[in-house]
Ligand binder design. Structure first.
Ligand code: NAD
Length: 441
């Protein structure tokens, strides 16, 4: 008897169907690609461009061994996905997290292409990651793993080819090890040039003023530009946060300076609430010492449902993807969702939010501050310059305001929500460059 092959669901999106994707409504890559292709459809981009953009240019997967402190060896799995480089060298963060998968990294690489285009940066989109919980490794193991990963990628990355940056689970120290590893193999490029392989480095080693806070700063500029249109002023605003890492904690510290009140926070250790406001700086110090928000003395613990249901003006997810989904979107009690994380809302959740007239500020706008200051760092390294913080902040604000204005204008022009507006604005730019350059040969 021949084996019966179950019929697989054809993808409702014509392009993804043509490329042979089996339909999976919960798959992050298909969600992101579907949204992008919807924007391409509205913009009437040519069919061949939609095909090109629906798949990354390269998907690198590698396995590499690392000696652990106890003398045994562990094999790690790493990814680097290069989505599109029509606007410039690939650019994107590297994530260390136990659940990193090829589909996640592919999705994030697409968002990077769109984000760089929206922010008017001469860069393309990429993303990378290693399947690991960095907290489970010693500093020595983390360093050896980082160096082996960069060694595995050498030849596929370069200061004018593909430039890395921090993301979840990686920080300035990890970036320093990445740069040092690359510099050891590429000394011929010269010191200033070779260290431009990675951004988000420590200030003393070619980093930029303002890079550590950049994503939070960009989010604050986005709120400053967009919230008055819906009658919310930063000095009156209440908000909740998922994630108190780089993006979450910097957003909170910068919003505290503007007089906004942080009411509730959730991270991987639990959720806390204080209706009178949580002190962002002292919470950041607590998280630094204890690894998470749980147990913070000046707030009460709250369960997950209570966290999502707390009434605030703005809800800011700044942790993992898909944390606002079909089952919990109806719990949200806010007027605006500002996506600090990439893809924190599933399409089904977003539909529910929009139906309830909740404004959704899309990730490619809200968190574009990180890659924008990364671009400034890359430029400073290549030109052997050091810019002061005022200059960085002023330029960042200009880029974010310009991107926000484009999203608002395009969404009005096409009668679409802000995510579609942002994607259309980004694709319009990419489409024009493809039109000018043509397809080789
Ligand atoms: P991070 O590693 O510094 O912090 C991650 C936070 O998420 C931590 O507070 C962690 O506790 C929390 N978290 C993890 N799992 C969770 C769970 N199951 N429930 C609740 N909270 C959980 O990471 P980051 O750099 O702040 O990145 C956060 C998001 O922002 C990611 O989506 C990342 O891609 C995006 N982003 C980061 C940057 C950047 O410059 N760091 C730039 C653009 C976008």
């Amino acid at each position: 008897m021949p084996l019966e092959v179950p019929p697989f669901a054809r993808h409702p999106n014509q392009i993804l169907d043509e490329l042979g994707f089996r339909y999976d409504a919960n798959n992050l890559y298909q969600q992101v690609a579907n949204d992008m292709l919807h924007a391409a459809e509205i913009l009437n981009l040519p069919h061949h461009l939609k095909l090109i953009l629906a798949q990354p240019k390269a998907e690198i997967m590698c396995h590499f061994p690392v000696k652990l402190d106890n003398g045994t060896y562990r094999l790690f799995k790493g990814y680097r996905v290069q989505h599109n480089n029509i606007l410039g060298p690939y650019k994107g963060g590297i994530r260390y997290h136990p659940t990193v998968s090829l589909d996640d990294v592919k999705s994030l690489s697409v968002l990077m292409s769109l984000k760089c285009s929206l922010a008017q940066l001469p860069l393309g989109g990429a993303k990378g990651g290693v399947q690991v919980d960095p907290r489970s490794l010693s500093q020595g193991e983390l360093m050896r793993m980082t160096r082996r990963f960069i060694t595995a990628l050498d030849g596929n990355i370069g200061t004018d080819q593909d430039i890395a940056a921090p993301d979840m689970g990686t920080n300035a120290q990890v970036m320093a090890w990445m740069a040092d590893t690359y510099m050891n193999f590429n000394a011929h490029q010269g010191r200033h040039h070779a260290r431009a392989i990675v951004t988000g480095k420590p200030l003393e080693f070619g980093g930029s003023h303002g890079r550590e806070k950049a994503t939070g700063q960009g989010l604050v500029y986005t709120l400053e530009r967009c919230l008055p249109d819906v009658g919310i002023e930063l000095d009156q605003m209440t908000y909740s946060l998922i994630g108190y890492g780089n993006v979450g904690s910097w957003t909170a510290r910068l919003l505290a300076e503007r007089g906004s009140q942080l009411i509730t926070v959730m991270d991987h250790t639990g959720a806390i609430i204080n209706k009178k406001g949580i002190d962002a700086k002292s919470l950041a110090q607590y998280v630094e010492l204890h690894g998470g928000v749980c147990g913070y003395p000046n707030a009460d613990e709250i369960d997950v449902k209570g966290f999502y249901q707390t009434q605030v003006d703005v809800f800011i997810p700044a942790a993992l993807e898909q944390m606002v989904h079909e089952a919990n979107a109806s719990w949200l009690n806010c007027r605006v969702v500002a996506e600090g994380a990439n893809s924190p809302c599933t399409p089904a959740a977003e539909r529910q939010l929009l139906d309830r007239n909740i404004l959704v500020l899309p990730a490619i706008l809200c968190n574009a501050g990180g890659v924008t200051v990364s671009y400034f760092e890359w430029k400073q390294n290549l030109q052997a310059e050091t810019w002061d913080l005022e200059h960085v902040d002023r330029l960042l604000k200009k880029h974010i305001y310009c991107a926000a204005n484009k999203c608002l204008d395009v969404s009005k022009r096409f009668g679409v929500d802000l995510r579609m507006g942002a994607y259309i604005a980004a694709l319009e730019n990419i489409g024009k460059v493809y039109h000018l350059r043509g397809i080789f040969p």
